[in-house]
Each structure stands twice: as structure tokens, then as C-alpha cells.
Write a protein that binds this ligand. Structure first.
Ligand code: NDP
Ligand code: MG
Length: 384
């Protein structure tokens, strides 16, 4: 039996994790879960899996969940806010924590889960983007394994098994290219929210779907790979692979390339992270290469999709630049989702923030939180 806490259980990754857990209730036990606003779904999960601890981060939803639980006579402990998320991620009975909240709100609960010695199944990439150095140091110090759930990083992690890191020459990070692959800058300056939300291969939360359309998702993943695999930025190459069958590859010094392939289904990396180092049978449809027929590769169009270069630059500069990049992106994507800015404004606002702000003090969690707020205030202040 594996005891699991899930922060962000109501989202796309959380829902797929629930599907996996439901398929093998003898193996997995849910000890704590969190949601932001979707308390209807949260309560369904609490009832189905008899969860004893929940956290809600939105104030109004927190106020109403207590009332509903009382009416339904469901007994469980309810916590609020970031402290509540941290309570769920550090429950003494939890062995593994799935971090599937969206955005840098996952930072503190993840750090505290590491300090409490939990295995981390990490979907929440923003945490590694803003504080990769601190997260990886804490993981090392506490002898904690960070198991990537992001499909590309799960693939890289699998390709690295049994090999010596000193022989690694390149990480080849694959990208679907998103809904606007092949379009010109003029084209993408006119796209609508609805078009941007139509991802060709993956069904995901809104924020990551927009990140995939701008290629910022790939940029964030470059920074994530840098920290997870201690790999220099110049050795991480992005390859557009529209079929999304190869989830990423690594190249060794002898020129040999090892790839991980599978159906584009997040259940697979979630299951691998929960069971590592073992492999379990999975209900996901098996890959049929004859049916797929061919796999293709292209270079990313970095002049049209500016976010990829911005992420490389911020990552290479280090310090608080990835925090500025991430905060500006979170705020700009939120404004785009609210139809207050255009698609290309997202990259413009991020570039402007990276040029305008700089911080020279040492990196710390509390300063990352301050900088995140300062950048978001700046972006919202400009538009609202
Ligand atoms: P979703 O938007 O579908 O879900 C986000 C989850 O976080 C929900 O449970 C939501 O609660 C909760 N949440 C939202 N806002 C807050 C907040 N302010 N404070 C606390 N919790 C909040 O996102 P995804 O599942 O798509 O993505 C989650 C993470 O996983 C992201 O970091 C993403 O980059 C990463 N990821 C996702 C993949 C995917 O296929 N979806 C693939 C690889 C990585 P509620 O529903 O109640 O609002
Ligand atoms: Mg990914």
C-alpha cells in the first residue's frame, strides 16, 4: 500500500492520478488532498476514498466546504490556504506527495514536503523554475527523490537509468509545437483565446495549454530539466515532434541516443513516479508503431515563439531571472485567459519585465515570494 497526498487533486493531473488510484485501490491509499475552488469535485473524492485531511486555498470555498461537510455528515479535517497545502504535503502518514497545483503556489508545500522526507511526484514545474537550486539542494540534504511527472522529464529520467551522468552529452527535449506550429508572427498576433486553448495532442489545464501555445511550456521545461538533471543549458536542445510519441531523448558521448516512447497519456508518467523503481501493469492503450507509421522532427521557430528564447536567457542568467520570467508569465497568461491582452502581448510583457527588473541579493524562498508578488503587481497594475 502506498499512502499518497495530492495537492491540486481537482485539476487535469489530479484527476488522472485519481483515475489511476481508482483502478488499484488495494495498492494506493489517499491520505490528504487539496483544491482551490472546485469543492464539489473535492467532496466527491473525499467521499469515494474516505480521505481524512483536505485543504482549500480559496477563502469563499473554504467557508462553504465546512458547511457542506457538516450537512453530509462527513468527518474530515479541513485546512486553509498555503499553510493548509503544507499540512497536506507533510502529513506524517503520507509517503509520496503528488504536487499537481498550478503555479508557484506549489513552492512552499513542496519544500516542506522535502524537509519532511516525502517522495515527491512532481508535476508542478513552476516550483523548479523559480527555486530549482534550493529544491534540489534540499532534496539532496534530506535524501529525498524527486520523481518527475512531466512526461518529457519522466522520459529523460527513464533514459538515464543505468547510465553514467558523466557520459551524458545532450538532452533532447521534445515538443508537440502546440496549436500554432507553422504559423507566422502576423498570424499569431490575431489568434483568439479559443484557438489557443485547442491543444492538438494533450488535454490539460488552461494555464499549461496557453504555455504550450506560446512555447513557454517548453521554456519552463528547459529550466526544469536543467535543475532535475544538473544539465547545462547549452546541452538541452528542443526538438519539435508533432506526433508526441517520443517523450524525450538523451544523447551520450559515444553518439548513442536513447529515447522513451509511449502513448501521449499522463497516466503513464504518474504511475511511473508512484511506483519507481518498479514498473506496474497499466491500463493505458499500448503503443502501436505500425498504426503510428512515422515520426517527424522539426526545429522550433524561435523568432515567432519568443517565449522559448526568453526562458533560455532567464535560465542562463539564473538568480531571480527565472522568478521574473515565471511571475510575468503567470500574470500575463491569466490576463490573456480573461481576454484583457492579446496572445502576443504575453511574450511582450515577459520580455519587458525581464529588462526592467533585476535583483542582486542571494536567492531565498522568502525573496522569491516577494519578487513573484512585485512582478505580478507590476503586470496587473499596467493592464487593470
Ligand atoms: P489544472 O489547472 O487543471 O489544475 C490545477 C490544480 O491546482 C487544481 O486542483 C486547482 O484547484 C488548483 N489550484 C488552482 N489555483 C490554485 C491556487 N491559487 N492555489 C492552490 N491551488 C490552486 O492544472 P494541470 O493539472 O493541467 O497542471 C498542474 C501542474 O502540472 C502545472 O504546474 C502544470 O504545468 C503541470 N503539468 C501538467 C500537465 C498536464 O497534462 N495537465 C503535464 C505536465 C505538467 P481547483 O480545481 O479547485 O481550482
Ligand atoms: Mg511536459
Amino acid at each position: 500500500m502506498i499512502n499518497i497526498s495530492i495537492i491540486g487533486v481537482t485539476g487535469s493531473i489530479g484527476t488522472q492520478a485519481i483515475e489511476l488510484i481508482r483502478s488499484n485501490k488495494d495498492k494506493y491509499n489517499i491520505v490528504g488532498v487539496s483544491a482551490h475552488k472546485n469543492i464539489v469535485k473535492l467532496i466527491e473524492i473525499v467521499e469515494e476514498f474516505s480521505v481524512k485531511h483536505v485543504a482549500v486555498t480559496d477563502k469563499e470555498s473554504y467557508n462553504s466546504i465546512n458547511k457542506i461537510l457538516k450537512e453530509k455528515n462527513i468527518k474530515c479535517n479541513v485546512y486553509y490556504g498555503i499553510d493548509g497545502l503544507t499540512k497536506i504535503s507533510t502529513l506524517p502518514e503520507a509517503q509520496t506527495v503528488l504536487t499537481s497545483v498550478v503555479g508557484m503556489v506549489g513552492l512552499v508545500p513542496t519544500i516542506e514536503a522535502i524537509r519532511a522526507g516525502k517522495n515527491i511526484a512532481l508535476a508542478n514545474k513552476e516550483t523548479l523554475v523559480v527555486a530549482g537550486e534550493i529544491v534540489m539542494q534540499e532534496a539532496k540534504r534530506n535524501n529525498v527523490q524527486i520523481l518527475p511527472v512531466d512526461s518529457e522529464h519522466s522520459a529523460i529520467f527513464q533514459c538515464l537509468q543505468g547510465n553514467n551522468m558523466n557520459s551524458l552529452s545532450k538532452v533532447l527535449l521534445t515538443a508537440s509545437g502546440g496549436p500554432f506550429r507553422g504559423r507566422t508572427y502576423e498570424d499569431i498576433s490575431k489568434v483568439s483565446l479559443e484557438e489557443a486553448l485547442k491543444h492538438p495532442k494533450w488535454n490539460m489545464g488552461k494555464k499549461i495549454t496557453i504555455d504550450s501555445a506560446t512555447l513557454m511550456n517548453k521554456g519552463l521545461e528547459v529550466i526544469e530539466a536543467h535543475w532535475l538533471f544538473d544539465c547545462p543549458y547549452d546541452s538541452i536542445e528542443v526538438i519539435v515532434h508533432p506526433e508526441s510519441i517520443i517523450h524525450s531523448m538523451v544523447q551520450y558521448t559515444d553518439g548513442s541516443v536513447i529515447a522513451q516512447l509511449g502513448m501521449p497519456d499522463m497516466i503513464l508518467p504518474i504511475q511511473y513516479a508512484f511506483n519507481y523503481p518498479k514498473r506496474d501493469k497499466c491500463f493505458v492503450q499500448e503503443l502501436d508503431l505500425f498504426q503510428i507509421g512515422k515520426l517527424t522532427f522539426e526545429k522550433p521557430d524561435r523568432s515567432t515563439f519568443k517565449c522559448l528564447n526568453l526562458a533560455y536567457e532567464a535560465g542562463k542568467k539564473g538568480s531571480f531571472y527565472p522568478t521574473i520570467l515565471n511571475a510575468a508569465n503567470e500574470a500575463a497568461v491569466d490576463l490573456f485567459l480573461k481576454r484583457q491582452i492579446s496572445f502576443v502581448n504575453i511574450a511582450e510583457l515577459i520580455e519587458e519585465s525581464l529588462n526592467l527588473f533585476s535583483y542582486s541579493e542571494p536567492l531565498s524562498i522568502s525573496r522569491i515570494i516577494d519578487v513573484d508578488k512585485e512582478i505580478k503587481d507590476y503586470i496587473y497594475g499596467k493592464i487593470l
